[in-house]
Design a protein around this ligand. Structure first.
Ligand code: SAH
Ligand code: SF4
Ligand code: F3S
Length: 477
């Protein structure tokens, strides 16, 4: 759900943000009016936030704005923010210092803060950051044109109302910075869990599920436009539930997965994130029935120790989690499982940390996103438990987990040498335009030499010859 950074923080660095996360779509250039207003948007945090930026872009497009990659020529600068860890918020503050210099050169430029940090800090943002004109929470994006109007009339505007209904179901997101092959579809918003470390329930509000027919039609539209893979997004996809108020028809996550898989056998379906307490065997059986549902589950454990899990309010213990892994191994023997892990949570002992290490080993994760605990104001843990593990110990434990996970990932990949996989070509590999890259069903990145006649969006059989801990290297068979 967040980018593939196996080190300390799961958010993009500033440099990456400058190059990569600036949302843009080529054909918009043609439609932009000469002298029309331009917006620039930068996104941080999880995939849902990136997906929200595509909704924002669509709303702004309707309001007559065109996108630009060049912040210096924009009339409206937006930063879609993340609050998940302190470091994520620091990154945003640094970017605001940079935007300040831009605004000094172009005094009329409107600067807006969107997303989770806007929701967390609300009006306080305007007191703390003098350059900010606009603070908009994740459920208020439809109000953007109106809020921008207020700023143009000389006011500073805030809308951080959370909603119980908003899913932006009718807004067709503009696919920006897209490879044209893989896309994300938000299927729900908010979170009703209360993991004690987590700020998301406060920044994203109550859980609500989007109309399944709007999801399926978005997937079908993507397929018609050449896309070959969709990832269904939610903080806890297994608790997806929708009911037709008129007919009483009910759709759960297993049903939705099946409906999406039926769009086309050549459309791959992925999803993220699964919560161990809610992941059902029904979902696993649907996955087993459809070849185009990828055999990969992101099932964050957070800690391998039951006492810590209890304090984290994850509502499962280690035996429960192990049972879920066993169910995956039984129903989907070829599936890969990955995880999220937090080290140095309040009062965690060395022994309890060892339990997390043994879980990484036992679960044989193909990869993990790993973090050290960062106390977030207002969360249950911040109110109840002292943040009593010194940072150097948190970091040392994190490094131990990263080191072990790297070994386990390498072993996991080495076991694939000699096997052939179906790979969906996504584009050129990062290192060479002589090579393609794409993923196999287990979500492993595979790099292989190109062959004439093949293009991104094609499926190929690739035999694995070699690997690193992060990538499989192969040849087309
Ligand atoms: N909904 C997903 C996770 C969303 S946040 C789930 O329940 O699995 C992504 C990850 O960030 C979490 O899984 C957790 O590992 C990490 N995280 C969340 N809050 C954190 C905090 N306060 N400190 C460190 N890591 C945190
Ligand atoms: Fe946060 Fe827990 Fe909800 Fe995930 S399930 S978003 S960790 S509260
Ligand atoms: Fe996502 Fe960060 Fe918000 S992880 S939900 S953008 S706090």
């Amino acid at each position: 759900m967040y980018d593939n950074n196996p080190t300390l923080e799961g958010i993009k660095t500033i440099d990456e943000a400058k190059q990569g996360n600036v949302l843009f779509k080529e054909h918009w250039q043609e439609t932009s009016e000469p002298g029309g207003r331009k917006f620039y948007i930068e996104s941080y945090g999880c995939q849902m936030n990136f997906s929200d930026s595509e909704i924002v872009a669509s709303i702004l497009h309707e309001a007559g704005y065109s996108p630009t990659r060049n912040v210096e020529e924009s009339d409206l600068i937006l930063i879609n923010t993340c609050s998940i860890r302190e470091k994520a918020e620091e990154t945003v503050r640094k970017r605001l210092r940079f935007f300040e210099t831009v605004k000094m050169q172009r005094p009329g430029t409107v600067v807006g803060v969107l997303g989770c940090m806007a929701e967390r800090l609300k009006k306080k943002f305007l007191e703390e950051e003098k350059l900010v004109d606009l603070v908009v929470g994740p459920d208020a994006y439809r109000d953007l044109p109106n809020l921008i109007g207020g700023v143009e009339d000389g006011q500073r505007m805030v809308n951080v109302l959370l909603s119980r209904e908003e899913t932006y179901a009718d807004i067709s997101p503009v696919r920006l910075e897209s490879n044209g092959i893989t896309a994300f579809i938000s299927i729900m918003r908010g979170c009703d869990n209360m993991c004690s470390f987590c700020v998301v329930p406060f920044t994203r509000g109550r859980e609500r599920s989007r109309d399944p027919y709007s999801i399926v039609s978005e997937a079908a539209g993507l397929f018609e436009n050449g896309y070959r893979e969709v990832t269904l997004l939610g903080q806890n996809v297994d608790s997806y539930k929708w009911e037709n108020p008129e007919t009483g028809e009910r759709v759960n996550f297993a049903n939705l997965l099946e409906m999406t898989a039926l769009v086309h056998p050549k459309l791959r379906v992925r999803f993220s994130t699964s919560h161990p307490k809610d992941m059902t065997d029904e979902v696993l059986h649907v996955m087993a029935r459809y070849d185009n549902i990828c055999k990969y589950i992101h099932l964050p454990v957070q800690s391998g120790n039951s006492r810590i899990l209890e304090m984290m309010n994850r509502t499962y213990d280690r035996p429960w989690y192990e049972d879920r892994i066993r169910a995956i191994r039984t129903i989907l023997p070829d599936a890969a499982v990955s995880s999220d892990i937090i080290t140095g949570f309040c009062s965690e002992t060395e022994e309890e940390h060892q339990d997390t290490l043994s879980m990484v080993e036992w679960a044989n994760y193909s990869m993990s996103y790993m973090f050290f605990y960062s106390e977030r104001p207002g969360t249950l843990a911040a109110r109840k438990y002292p943040d009593d593990i010194p940072e150097e110990i948190k970091r040392r434990r994190l490094n131990e987990v990263i080191r072990l996970q790297t070994t386990v990932s390498l072993r996991h990949n080495q076991a694939d040498i000699g096997k052939a996989f179906e790979v969906l070509i996504e584009g050129d590999s990062r290192k060479s335009d002589q090579d393609f890259c794409g993923r196999n069903t287990q979500n492993k990145m595979v790099v292989f030499p190109k062959k004439p006649g093949l293009n991104p969006g094609d499926y190929v059989q690739v035999r694995v010859k070699d690997c690193t801990s992060a990538t499989l290297l192969g040849e087309i068979v």
